[in-house]
Write a protein of this length. Structure first.
Length: 410
């Protein structure tokens, strides 16, 4: 009888251990399911947001300068970032307030960045008359398609991908990643885009900026002695800082939220699968690895009178522009001269005489003179630019130096 009792006790203990094990197993399974479900939900939200932001170009996936669609995971490619100023048009049309070309090599994890001055004088890709205008008007005329094609003509490289972001999207993304850190080059203030009565003040040195402050920092031009070049450098500085913020673990963990925020004000032809692949390839990439290029040239005023200076343009220096083209072509493994570049730095015909003051030559490592050949313009103006200041790249107005390391002084 006693033996039976002992047997029963053993069975109860064995049964109890089995129940506890099952409960632990069930608990672990539930935890894994919850984790998998949460992860799946994040992926779903990210993909859904990316789908909302996706907008193909009318040309399709292949640039006119490519023989085939580029594989972003295996070969060098380019992206054109367009900051769209459309607050004055209530979200319709607008011009490209900033144009930044980025070339990336996924094999070596390298990146080059170039800002195109928004007043650069070019012939738009869709214009058959040969008339020249400011490059920032391309977006107002034909949106991303016209802008991409015009930049391809200017730089003689394929633009494989594009990203457009308006002011609201810019601010929202900056806020979502927790702001950005910049090094302010000098004291200045700028009006907020939120209210005409509100001014934002910047002090020389390190500052942490939220979205509203970052937009004001990137937009200011009139108080900068370097004009559009100083503003371009600050825009690149913001983009570099954003890259650094995005690489932080906390922001990678909330990529779904960032994508959802961006989708409301961003359009791109980068597919979600391509974006996820790039995130893996460039994991840990920082702005210190970015080589920054600069287009130099001269100031040009056309259509002026005895009392007015006329319309301002930026005239790209042809020697410098060709060097920038070759540098980007080499980084993209793109054969030099394969495309049909339009040299915006030289004009052909015209009669109206105006002056264009030279703002400087090339960057600090090549010493090419900053003079441009006058020639004449099709809009009835002689583009006689004067002066060759900055011949050794020392003029701060057009210096090839920028705020990020790895600068190439073109």
């Amino acid at each position: 009888m006693a033996e039976r009792v002992r047997v029963r006790v053993r069975k109860k203990k064995k049964s109890k251990r089995k129940i506890i094990f099952k409960r632990i197993l069930l608990l672990l399974t539930l935890v894994l399911l919850v984790a998998a479900g949460f992860g799946g939900y994040k992926v779903y939200k990210t993909i859904n947001a990316a789908d909302n932001a996706y907008d193909a170009l009318s040309r399709g996936d292949k640039s006119k300068l490519r023989d085939e669609v580029i594989d972003m995971k295996k070969k060098p490619f380019s992206i054109l970032f367009m900051g769209i100023e459309n607050y004055a048009t209530s979200g319709k049309g607008g011009r490209s307030d900033s144009l930044i070309v980025v070339t990336l090599d996924p094999r070596n994890k390298t990146m080059k960045m170039l800002s195109i001055p928004r007043d650069t004088r070019v012939t738009l890709a869709g214009d058959t008359t040969g008339k020249k205008t400011k490059i920032n008007s391309a977006f107002a005329k034909g949106g991303a398609d016209e802008t991409v094609a015009t930049v391809e003509d200017l730089l003689d490289i394929p633009i494989d991908k594009y990203v457009t972001v308006d002011f609201n999207g810019f601010k929202d993304v900056i806020d979502e990643v927790g702001g950005v850190n910049v090094k302010v080059p000098f004291d200045f203030d700028e009006m907020s885009d939120v209210s005409k009565k509100k001014r934002i003040y910047f002090k020389k040195g390190n500052m942490h900026l939220n979205g509203e402050q970052a937009l004001a920092y990137a937009r200011m031009r009139k108080q900068d002695k370097r004009g559009d070049f100083g503003r371009n450098d600050r825009q690149k500085q913001i983009l570099n800082a954003l890259i650094d913020q995005m690489s932080k673990a906390g922001n990678i963990a909330k990529i779904d939220k960032i994508a959802e925020t961006a989708s409301n004000n961003v359009q791109t032809n980068i597919r979600i699968t391509e974006g996820l692949a790039l995130q893996q390839i460039y994991s840990g990439f920082t702005s210190k690895k970015i080589d920054t290029l600069t287009i130099t040239g001269s100031d040009l005023y056309l259509g002026g009178t005895a009392t007015t200076r006329g319309t301002y343009y930026f005239q790209a220096d042809p020697v410098n522009l060709e060097k920038v083209r070759q540098t980007l072509q080499k980084h993209l493994d793109y054969p030099s001269g394969k495309g049909t570049a339009t040299d915006s730095a030289s004009d052909s015909t015209g009669t109206d005489s105006t002056t264009g003051s030279t703002s400087g030559g090339t960057g600090t490592d090549d010493g090419t003179t900053g003079s441009t050949s006058g020639s004449t313009g099709t809009d009835g103006a002689t583009d006689s630019t004067s002066g060759t200041s900055g011949a050794n790249g020392t003029d701060s107005t057009q210096s090839g130096s920028t705020n990020s390391s790895g600068t190439t002084g073109y």
